[in-house]
Design a protein around this ligand. Sequence first.
Ligand code: GDP
Ligand code: MN
Length: 385
Amino acid sequence: MKLQEYMGKELLRAADVPVPPGSVAETPDEAAEIAGGLGPVAVKAQVLVGGRGKAGGIKLADTSEQARTAAAQILGMDLKGLTVTKVLVEQQVDIAAEYYAGITLDRSSHRFVLMLSSMGGIDIEDVAVSNPEAIVKTSIDPAYGLQAFQVRRAMFDANFDRVAFKDLQRILMGLYRVMVDTDAMLAEINPLAVTANGSAIAADAKVDLDDAALYRHPDLAAGKAESIGDPIERHASEQGVPYVKLDGNVGVIGNGAGLVMMTIDVIKQAGGEPANFLDIGGGARADVVRRAIETVLMDRQVEGIVMNIFGGITRGDEVAKGLLEAAQTLDLSVPIAIRLAGTREAEGRQLLEGSAFTPAPDLVAATATVLQQMKERQTAAGGRR
Ligand code: GDP
Ligand code: MN
């Protein structure tokens, strides 16, 4: 779960990392009011995408009137497909140097790794490609944690500012504390700024929490839905349905992540474009199936749905019931085909008899049926035009 910049900065502040004073505004008036007490400010779009600066999502303002104008321009803006509803208004940092500092999980060494670079302010992924030697990596032993001597050595190797050395060291230790205390998978400050007067401050914050550990942080978990930019993905998350939006027009529902991914492959092979990933999991009851169909149909691009159910603990009759419930409560105007196999398959088939959802003999056939019907409808719609 990715946290917005302002939430990441709250965590950093609590770990004694200096961050610019400021707060969040949802209207230009609020932005002007916050700016009033701060002097020159930066007005920053709170959306979970990188490169906000280049995309026009960050504006500097010297007066509260300018902050109002900047906020009016940024609020409601579309940044890489996400609508901005909040801006962070914070005191401008007089940046003299921009560094990069990040801690992430290195899955090959099973350890956290600290990454430092004096090439801050730009995407670290780009630095990794163009100047890999400019990133200093330090592996952190979980038994001992990040040690002060390691931090100092890494800062020397990365050519960090000598005047701000002590400040920077404290910030990196604070970053590590946030990483461990929140069960994060990534904690990043980019840019880690050194100001003209030689102090260091976190000008940006990116924290990505481990979803599997969210139960240990109920206060942070409460913001889960808000952290999801895509409205359908947010709805799905609220419903507890694992859903990922894709770009195509063929909806996909299956039980088990592997089965869903395989269904996506089969649709692709048949020349279709999957609209989503949706896993109803093991043992889903009828209402879960109904909610899954409802979620997939929230995507206006969807023109057909392929369902792939291989019953183990998932029961064919429950899936069939869910499908029939969905037909009663939703406007199922798109073709839906289902491959149904395994536990209580016969009962499921019996329930579906006479309905619009006759199970296909296999997944390839189900896919072909949906794609064929979608094509016929497109032709018919085209003919009418
Ligand atoms: P990102 O592009 O989405 O990662 O947003 P950042 O918060 O990292 O800001 C991008 C860039 O905007 C930074 O690298 C800075 O150059 C600039 N910037 C952000 N905040 C300030 C500020 O308070 N003062 C100044 N002078 N520049 C800022
Ligand atoms: Mn940044």
